[in-house]
Design a protein around this ligand. Sequence first.
Ligand code: FES
Ligand SMILES: [Fe+2]
Length: 423
Amino acid sequence: MNQNDLLNTTSATYSDAKQDMANMLESRPANYSLPQPFYNDPQFFRADMEEVFQKEWLFVGMTSEVPERGDYFTVEIGQNPVLIVRDADGSVNAFHNTCRHRGSRVCTEHRGKVANLVCPYHQWTYDLKGNLLFAGTEMGEGFDMKQHGLKKAHTKTAGGFIFICLGKEAPQGDFDQFLETLEEYMEPYDVENTKLAVESNMYEKANWKLVLENNRECYHCAGSHPELLNTLLEWDDTNDPRASEEFKALVAEQAADWDAEGIPHEHKSFGPGLRNRIVRMPLKKGTKVMTIDGESGCSKLLGRIKNPHMGSMRILHLPNSWNHMQSDHFIVFRVLPISAQESLVTTKWFVHKDAVEGVDYDPARLRQVWDATNDQDRILGEENQLGINSVGYQPGPYSETFEFGIINFMEWYSSTVQKNLKG
Ligand code: FES
Ligand SMILES: [Fe+2]
């Protein structure tokens, strides 16, 4: 089958769809956007959920969102409700948010605090480690409480980041090496002593890959993001062929300051397509953080940081997160697919836990730049989706100079899906 035949295929069954997907990835022209069904076909979407979001490590949130025992938040990975809770030992665990009685969701709120986890349907009660404590008196003699605890999802934390994996076996590879680096690079921020200042949840009518593709290039920035470009420098690597001498000099100057304070900044990456990646880069000369004027967003610096000119430490975790760590606040981004043509983009801003709202920081000022940027990106993603849905759509070329980040993303996506489809 050639590429054109594949493009015209309408998969009859789910297993045909998976086969078509594997064939299309196998024969995909290098450096081109994907065939249409990857962006809008419900069966391909199901395969993305099963092969990527139900098998790979996903970013869900920060440990400081659940600072004390019994604090929890919930997240939906497609049709899989998950709850993340801090237990009495201080560890953070993820559970499938589905009761072992008849499956009702146990925690129905987005966030909360509980002594135990109590299902609202018939009050089965679990402790914070998921053990069933109480199942009424009607379950009969042979009922084994120990066999009916909440099901755990794999959970790992590092540097305040919480990752979960819904697969039976969690992928190994170099994820642990990335976590070690994350721990080292996040140490100056002392995430356990931060707090969530403000959160936004943006609904976007676009396939999750379009959200990521848009994020992985700044080719569109000059035309779309005036607020962001007050402070952001596009390049995240001095090896970028577009990087100017002026930019390289700025990196050298700031890197010397960061070295003097023992602040990690060098580029580290792991996995195919730079799946997990960390680098600290300067912001525009004279600006401190990503606010509308580049001045402070919060009067308390984070952790052990003394220098307000920390630039932004950019952390990428495919498939669903990018992040900006700065001197006085940090911003985390999470993408979750809803359907073939819908996604949820969550953005959270964190400050020092002792910072006082209205005194040390103003949430409206903190969120201003990225609210504007997210909305601009949402429109770009939604227009991209509408155009891709056309019978006239045909995969188009990525620029190796401006869109190498998408080429990397596609390399990771393609290799991961092909590997996971083979089982
Ligand atoms: S479904 Fe949870 S107690 Fe019945
Ligand atoms: Fe953008």
